[in-house]
Ligand binder design. Structure first.
Ligand code: ADP
Length: 559
């Protein structure tokens, strides 16, 4: 801009100087011409006064020598040239038809400017009639005037150089002065500028646009913060990618999942964060074909489902992919457990059924001796009882599975429950040659009496079943930090360390044959665990292989 202003100003100065010079030149030329013409006329008049009758050749020669720039011609009344200071009269044609000569003959004087046939240049002619009727003509070439003018023009041009330099300096100075306020404009506060009035509409508009832009940035910031706040709290990982799969945003969970920093990863290709092939394929399909898809990913011992949803280009032509990650570890584990459970149930049911079917078939075929019939029937009975027990346990478990809260919750005295169980199991204890006793102070808990009785019964049954002859089972009740505590201890076979954490799993049995012998289903401790959970009680097991086991149920503090 500065250069343009400078160039314009300089051009203006040069054009002005040139036009001025030309005009003054033209005026000077006109004035000079007029002066020369006036001189020619006055010379002619003076000569005509001096030589009213023409004169001699010598006189004319003297007169023309006095002023060699002026051409002097004497023409006779018939137009014959008698004398000419610059040509031989004998070679000159008759001049009667020359306008100035004709006019002089008619009215006494005549003048004309034209190209001279003799001199070959633009010439001013002035003719006047002498007293004897002859015509005295004086002429001056215009080129002479030009010469004077050009001589002056040389000086004029020489003088123009400093003038032009001065104009350039002035233009530069003025340009700086004009531009300086523009360069120091405070664009952050347009209305604080006190510059040219012509800029006011522009500054007002800038101020308005600045306010509008600030408002829009604020709104965008707010939206961004809201988005970050909402997605930041999400348990699910959320990644927004552009059409080139570059990360636009990554929430906290997604950043943690891929082990990156959400801020530094922005703008990077998502494919550098995860090299999982099926995920890359799903993402590529989402951007290229606009198809939604999902892939499973195992990271840090957990399992994730990643769902890619394409975002079609909107009005702004911006499209991309939204990637949502869901932690499906528990779901996967539950599926796995369900599969195992179904396989276990089938297996557990099939074993007694196969025996029952086998014994029945043998009886049916008549190959069983009469005296073996009773033991065979007893085996069938025992297998059927095992199946019934299994089905009952399964039903109990499925009932417990469905319950999130206790259906029948009321204060239950654990001492009475424990005594009832001890009574019920005294027969079993006697056959196993084990003593069972209840000790401690009564503890009241909020719960379901039937479920609590089942919990105590299952623990006591195990304590009797996995005991040794002459062993003992003790149910003790106490209060630990205002929390009712029930312990079932035995002096039995104990549980080796490696099995202790697993005995609460469904169908898990340390010694399969012993469990089966005693009519166990492998579900007793699972039922105990469920009932304890329903009562918000903490279950713990301490055992020494070959020394005995203690299972402790610690209930929450009662209000
Ligand atoms: P089961 O019907 O086989 O008794 P449980 O779920 O009640 O099934 O117990 C799981 C396994 O834990 C049992 O098979 C047994 O091996 C072991 N177990 C449970 N209680 C005791 C205990 N008091 N002493 C030793 N082992 C036990």
């Amino acid at each position: 801009m500065r250069n343009r202003i400078f160039r314009s100003m300089l051009l203006l100065a040069v054009v002005t100087i040139l036009i001025g010079s030309l005009l003054s030149g033209a005026v000077t030329h006109a004035a000079l011409t007029e002066r020369v013409h006036a001189e020619v006329r006055s010379e002619a008049k003076i000569l005509s006064l001096l030589l009213p009758e023409g004169g001699t050749q010598t006189l004319f020669e003297q007169a023309s020598q006095a002023n060699p720039a002026t051409r002097l011609t004497l023409i006779d009344t018939d137009g014959t040239v008698l004398f000419d200071s610059m040509a031989d009269p004998a070679t000159m044609e008759n001049h009667a038809d020359r306008l100035e000569v004709r006019l002089a003959m008619q009215v006494g004087t005549g003048e004309e400017s034209r190209n001279s046939g003799t001199l070959g240049e633009k010439t001013y002619y002035y003719a006047l009639r002498l007293e004897n009727g002859q015509i005295l003509r004086m002429a001056a070439a215009s080129d002479g005037i030009w010469e004077i003018f050009l001589r002056q023009a040389g000086w004029l041009l020489a003088a123009m150089i400093p003038v032009l330099l001065f104009a350039a300096w002035l233009a530069n100075r003025q340009t700086r002065a004009i531009v300086a306020p523009l360069l120091t404009l405070d664009l952050d506060r347009p209305m604080n500028n006190d510059v040219y009035d012509e800029l006011s509409p522009l500054l007002v508009r800038m101020e308005r646009q600045r306010t509008e832009i600030a408002r829009q940035i604020d709104a965008l910031d707010k939206q961004q913060q809201e988005f970050a706040a909402i997605t930041g709290q999400m348990q699910e990982g959320l990644a927004v990618l552009d059409a080139k799969l570059q990360v636009l945003s990554l929430n906290r969970s997604a950043a943690a999942l891929f082990g990156v920093d959400a801020d530094t990863v922005r703008g990077r290709s998502f494919l550098t964060l995860s090299r999982n092939r099926s995920l890359s394929q799903v993402l590529s399909r989402a951007v290229s074909a606009g198809e939604s898809g999902s892939a499973e990913l195992s990271l840090g011992g957990r399992c994730y489902q990643l769902i890619a949803t394409p975002v079609r280009p909107g009005a702004g032509g911006i499209g991309g992919v939204v990637l949502l990650s869901l932690d499906i570890t528990e779901q996967k584990q539950a599926e796995q457990l369900r599969r195992e459970f179904t396989a276990n149930v089938s297996h557990e049911l099939k074993t007694p059924l196969t025996s029952i079917s086998g014994y029945a078939e043998m009886i049916e075929s008549g190959i069983v001796r009469q005296e073996d019939l009773v033991p065979f029937a007893a085996r069938i009975h025992s297998e059927a009882s095992r199946m019934i027990q299994l089905v009952e346990d399964l039903l109990a478990l499925s009932r417990l599975d469905e319950q999130a809260v206790l259906p029948d919750s009321r204060p239950v005295g654990l001492l009475a429950v424990s005594k009832r169980v001890a009574d019920r199991l005294s027969e079993l204890a006697r056959t196993q040659k084990v003593t069972i006793s209840v000790e401690g102070t009564d503890q009241t808990v909020q719960g379901d009496p039937a479920l609590l009785e089942e919990l105590v019964a299952n623990l006591c049954e195990n304590a009797i079943k996995y005991n040794r002859p002459g062993g003992s089972v003790t149910v003790s009740l106490s209060c630990e930090d205002r929390r009712p505590c029930l312990r079932v201890s035995d002096t039995g076979v104990g549980i080796a360390k490696e099995h202790q954490s697993r005995v609460f799993e469904r169908f898990y049995r340390v010694d399969k044959s012993r469990s089966k012998e005693t009519g166990g289903t492998g579900l007793g401790l699972s039922i105990v665990k469920h009932i304890a959970q329903l009562h918000r009680a903490t279950l713990s097991l301490t055992s020494e292989d070959g020394q005995g086991t203690t299972v402790q149920v610690l209930f929450p503090a009662q209000e």
